[in-house]
Design a protein around this ligand. Structure first.
Ligand code: HEC
Length: 309
């Protein structure tokens, strides 16, 4: 009885699954899924290389300083770097006095509390402060940016697929919408067409618009591509300031494992050097079995019974 019920339940499952397979397959054939507009027009990040790429990658300090300058003069107007403090800039080769001056002269003041009245206020940045947001809070940020929130950029190079190459592509990827773009995907009021952004239209106005927008102290030609590349490299550093020591530790670990493997192999050779390795065939080729066979044959011959083979 129980078996019968079990079989019926199993049969029920099979019927339902087969039915849904047929319905699904016929739906797929009669109405094949259409490619979404975003999928069709979206472009993968451009191929661009950074000195920090690969297991031997290192930061180019001069490039990081240029990238910082672009952040300071362009991006900081809308984006904070919550996880980076002014004093971390010493990593880029600025000395203590320079860092102090950079913090002092930062255009955006940091929020504070007036020690006498307890009222919220702002003050000049100190080296221990983190790069502040220009907006008091998220509502103010959205109100100023067509209801979009400029994200904190500290970890953006880690948070997006293709990292720095994506940021570079985004910054250099603004263009007029293609003619065959359907009307519903055209940028609305306050949006800008950029095929590198997943939904094609973003609320960030093109930040890098002209060659020479910043003036580099080291004499590098500030083309738009150069500025975009430098600030992207800078954002790799903000997302992973310890990248170089991580790479170094990785290489050192691999070297150690390589040497340990060689030593282990040599000691294996040393330990087994004196013992002979013996390969003994099994079955009919086993010398013992062969000898036994010879014996039986000779015995049979002696008795006059021929044994073949
Ligand atoms: C005028 C303000 C403004 C400036 C200046 C600005 N941004 Fe933005 N940014 C925004 C806003 C607003 C968004 C959110 C866009 C959205 O979600 O549609 C954004 C988003 C981004 C994103 C995230 C895109 C994503 O995948 O979500 C990156 C990266 C970025 N900005 C980088 C930069 C860099 C680098 C600079 C300086 C070269 C810069 N921005 C300058 C307003 C600004």
């Amino acid at each position: 009885m129980v078996r019968l019920i079990g079989a019926l339940v199993g049969l029920g499952f099979i019927v339902v699954l087969t039915f849904s397979l047929i319905v699904g397959a016929s739906g797929f054939i009669t109405e094949p899924p259409t490619e979404s507009i975003e999928h069709k027009f979206h472009e993968e990040a451009k191929h661009v290389s950074f000195p920090s790429d690969g297991p031997f990658g290192r930061f180019d300090r001069a490039q990081l300083q240029r990238g910082f300058q672009v952040y300071k003069e362009v991006c900081a107007a809308c984006h904070s770097l919550d996880l980076v403090a002014f004093r971390n800039l010493q990593d880029l080769g600025y000395n203590e006095a320079e860092v102090k001056a950079i913090a002092q002269q930062w255009a955006i003041e940091v929020p504070d509390i007036n020690p006498e009245t307890g009222e919220p206020t702002t003050r000049k940045a100190l080296p221990a402060d983190h790069f502040p947001s220009p907006y008091a809070n998220e509502i103010a940020a959205r109100a100023a940016n067509n209801n979009a929130l400029p994200p904190d950029l500290s970890l953006i190079a880690k948070a997006r697929e293709h990292g720095a190459a994506y940021v570079y592509s985004l910054l250099t990827g603004y263009q007029d919408p293609p003619g065959n773009l359907p009307p519903e995907a055209r940028p609305g009021e306050g949006l800008y067409y950029n095929p590198y952004f997943p939904n094609l239209n973003l609320a960030m106005p093109p930040p890098i618009v002209a060659d020479g927008q910043v003036t580099y102290a080291d004499g590098t030609n500030p083309t738009r591509e150069q500025m975009a590349k430098d600030v992207s490299a800078f954002l790799v550093w903000t997302a992973e300031p310890f990248l170089e020591s991580r790479h170094r530790a990785g290489i050192a670990t691999l070297l150690f494992l390589l040497i340990a493997t060689i030593l282990a192999y040599l000691s294996y050779k040393q330990i087994w050097a004196t013992s002979k390795r013996e390969v003994r065939p099994a079955g009919p080729l086993d010398p013992e079995n062969m000898a036994r066979r010879e014996f039986v044959k000779a015995d049979a011959a002696a008795e006059g019974r021929g044994v073949e083979g």
